[in-house]
Design a binder for this molecule. Sequence first.
Ligand SMILES: [Zn+2]
Length: 274
Amino acid sequence: MQINYPIIDLHTHLRNNIPKYTKIAKENGIDTVVYMANTYPPLDNLEKIKKSLKVKRYCKALTVSAITKNLEGKELVEIEKIKPYVVGFSDDGKYLEDLNLLKEILKKDVLVLAHCSPDYKKGLENPELETRYINNYLEAIKKVGGKLHIQHVSKKESVELIRKFKSNGLKITSETCPQYFTFIKEEKDVEVNPPLSNKEDVLAVNEGLADGTIDIIASDYAPKPRKTGIADFESFISHSKRLVKESVLTEIQLKQKLFLNPKKIIISGDLKFF
Ligand SMILES: [Zn+2]
């Protein structure tokens, strides 16, 4: 199967080495990556974001701003100033617990990319928190409106919840990553967040992809401190193609997950300069 469209990976971490990791992305057939704000220091003001956007890159690399200063969950960044330069806002890697802050940013109608998993170690111990956190965010958008993209969905209950809320016509999109439609935890001894789940979850994620509950596939590429072999650019496309081989998706649906839907999500934001 040939892929003759530009692949957009909406969820990556390039740490502090944009040239190195965009080169790997390019070499693996990815045209555009969107990278999260948890660099050192985090991308939480316009100056840092502009500086980051000037760094050499080998494929298109768009950025996301932090929602809160220093990703601490306490004080919003300067959203109006920042929004023309970024795809959206996310404290990715951290769940924003303060739902009043979340509502405040949702009310500004900027794209919020939601990491609804507990912190790394806690996430591995309590994977069921994902669904509770997603529910908190969905209730918030139901009340105040806005645009919400839910990242790396991994649990059956989460897929069901998103399906239910999407039917209310809210502006919600969601994403999963190859590891959550491919591996069950017994098969692969690897630490990722959210952690790998069981067969039922993997099946539900596959179903969510097939019926459009899950809009896109992203890699959540995170070179460090993750162990390798999962969430990487190298296997991202091959795992995704397998969905067509196994008749989970049609070729057209795969194009939606890897190109058309991520593009729509980017366009739905306020990005003007990059
Ligand atoms: Zn991430």
